[in-house]
Design a protein around this ligand. Sequence first.
Ligand code: 5GP
Length: 123
Amino acid sequence: MPGSYDNSNIFARILREEIPCSKVYEDAHVLAFRDIRPLAPAHILVIPRGAYTDVVDFSARASAAEIEAFWRAVAKVAKEEGLSEGGFRAIANTGLNGGQEVPHFHVHLLGGRALGPMLTRAA
Ligand code: 5GP
């Protein structure tokens, strides 16, 4: 939601270089780095440099240039990490029900092995 962005979230601190990350890609609008607790052989987080809480906020408020740069970077990182050929998963956890822990919009890129079904069926 506009106005509710928390500047102290961990990805904001990574963007300000207050804490380190294992960088795999960056440009004027985007940073990509390895997840600190990888769930697959390749697990990369792609984030915009701008202050957006989630995919809805990003899609509503980001400029066309930011949106274009973001999705081009997602594809570029997937290709450069060797994920495109065998396939991979791109996930944007959003809000409480989505299990989002860090309130700065990000896309997880997961790959390097067969990931199985997306969700297990809830009871
Ligand atoms: P979410 O649940 O918000 O979609 O995912 C947040 C992700 O950020 C998690 O997969 C978690 O492992 C990762 N993460 C949390 N803190 C750090 C950190 O300090 N550095 C890195 N590289 N990843 C982090």
